[in-house]
Design a protein around this ligand. Sequence first.
Ligand code: B12
Ligand code: SF4
Length: 502
Amino acid sequence: MARILLLFPASLYRNFTPPLNLAMIAAVLERAGHEVKILDLSALNPPCSETEALRTAVEFDPLWIGLTLNIIFIEPAYSFIGKLKKIGKPIVAGGPHPSLLPEECLEHGCDIVVRGEAENTVLELTKILADGGDLRDIPGISYRALDGTVVHNSPRPLIDDLDSLPFAAKHLFPKQWYVEDTGIYQAYGGIFSGRGCPANCDYCYKGVFGPGCRMRSAENVFREMKYLYETHGVTAFEFMDDAFSADLQRVDDLCDLILSDRDFRPLWQCTTRMDLTTELLLAKMSRAGCFRIFYGVESGDPETLYRVNKHLDLDRALQVLKWTRKAGMKSIVGFMWGFPWDSPSSVGASIAYLKRIAPFTNEFNPLGVLIPVPGTRLFAACSDKYRLENWWLKPKFGRLYRTNTYFPYYQRRYYNDFGLLDDGFFPFTPRVKKAIRSGTRFIGRHNLVNNAHPVTIPFVFFAVYLSRWMFRIHPQMEKTVFGILSALKSSMKKLNLKGSAS
Ligand code: B12
Ligand code: SF4
């Protein structure tokens, strides 16, 4: 039996739910009899600071320390790894970014990189680190040999039978890490019911789950839902799959299982593609408790959709939104802004389409800046021209992380224009920027008007403009003022909750 410490590094983003990558790795390790401790430093209420995590790492005395690394917070994560390294335990990294760029991770202090799906790899790795053996025998890892050269073992084949995996180890993520200050908590409901997606968009990284998709059976997914209900009282679930309804029959079967259970009436939401739905299935999903679906439209400009290989018919997308509403479900639609070829007319086409679908859309995703992720065709096509090589390590991008440790109110509440209004990836003309701002404002307004209480809307509008104005003058001023306002708001909420409970 070995002890293993898994860390989700601190970042500007907040995890509202336990990250399923660490939860899956922990689950296989626990099933094999190992003791696992997890610290999610990006949790909504992080359990501790980086310094305390370092102390925990020393006290826990693990066989190895694992970190999940994501491109968006890679730079601060590397400096944290520099400090962790002093503890003298093997540092193991995994996730989409290390899978693509293992050498970079090794250069920044990691000892071993697990590439691709890691459930089987971590079991073999733990055995060899505990009992001795040759790292060369483990497919799917990269590491530095004794002579300093980097060794990339052969790739690990994808896991064929996803039903063979244990359920995610949610019990290792204490609830208080994810409780919102309103007291709302449904975080244990995140589930992956399949891996991959049948489509092949140019901006999407597929290096972990590979091309195509693999699904868990409806029975296996239903068992995990029941398990979460019976052990943790979860009644609302979120399927985080890339394309939940890639197999229409499986979703139909899952709905049948839910509908035939008299004691279990879960609510759930999912993400899927609009070409993977039918009117009949949507109606059945709604009867089986689905209350919201996230669809990616990404652009209202047919030329852009063609260029990114999205294969989405915009008329069909509108039809699907109407079916979703008719079935009694809500929709969230994702849009992306800032394609390298964007012009006032392509952005204008997106805005015109936004307006067309807005009456049938409950919410638009408030986070939609295109991030050219390495390992994608979009990145390969524009990397040289726009000097994107290693942008994730450059000060220009990291500036936001170093100078601000949080998102200002207007970005959290209205629209997150992070990266666009400052130096973005691509040099847009002022006219394009202006058009994009008007699109993002449309989204912010739509979300506010559709989802906030009518009485609060004018106050939120005022606060959004105040926050943006202050943030431009001095970020720290905005942070202080809105920090005080939000502390006041939470204490009033707590008083109200106490009042209504007594
Ligand atoms: C859910 C999700 C989110 C949620 C996160 C919620 C949460 N708390 O988990 C939200 C909406 C916040 C989000 C935001 C973003 N996301 Co996102 N997201 C995903 C998504 C759809 C699922 C992630 C997941 O849970 N996967 C399931 C687990 C089991 O898979 P996994 O993470 O790959 O882990 C496996 C291996 O990688 C490995 N592994 C992972 N970590 C570790 C650690 C160790 C120690 C080891 C040994 C192994 C290991 O083992 C795991 C099991 O096999 C993925 C797409 C995908 N298919 O994975 C994109 C994805 C991770 N996101 C991506 C991006 C680009 C973003 C954003 C930058 C988007 C944006 N424009 O802002 C932001 C960044 C936010 C952030 N904090 O990093 C990219 C990342 C690309 C990259 N190179 O890093 C992905 C891959 C999408 C894509 N296909 O392009 N995201
Ligand atoms: S539909 Fe979504 S998950 Fe599928 S390839 Fe496109 S971006 Fe990736």
